[in-house]
Design a protein around this ligand. Structure first.
Ligand code: SF4
Ligand code: SF4
Length: 96
């Protein structure tokens, strides 16, 4: 048995703050920051408390490839064991 979860990463240096990903996320997982970054862009941030279904709408719609969706699979383990695994899921971050 495994429990699938999704982690969203927004690459701040690629985000131009167009808001497309925010508009397409039905879970309200993404929002535009109130404060601009060093480039003067109000980039996207991720709400930790909101659920992500892994639908990939945000990553698909972003014209700049600034959103990464990573599937994290946590396997059930026998009592006393703490093994955790990452599957070859939707997208694995570079270097893992
Ligand atoms: S769609 Fe891409 S560029 Fe536009 S706000 Fe979202 S992450 Fe930034
Ligand atoms: S994968 Fe889907 S649910 Fe998750 S943040 Fe992107 S649009 Fe929202």
């Amino acid at each position: 048995m495994s429990d699938k979860r999704f982690e969203i990463t927004v690459l701040d240096h690629l985000c131009k703050g167009c808001g497309l990903c925010v508009a397409f996320c039905e879970q309200g997982k993404l929002y535009i920051r109130a404060k601009p970054n060093r480039r003067g862009v109000q980039t996207v941030a991720v709400r930790a408390e909101a659920d992500c279904t892994g639908c990939l709408q945000c990553a698909t719609i972003c014209p700049d490839g600034a959103v990464q969706v990573t599937r994290i699979e946590v396997w059930s383990t026998p009592p006393g064991s703490s093994a955790k695994g990452r599957s070859a899921g939707v997208e694995e971050p570079a270097g893992t």
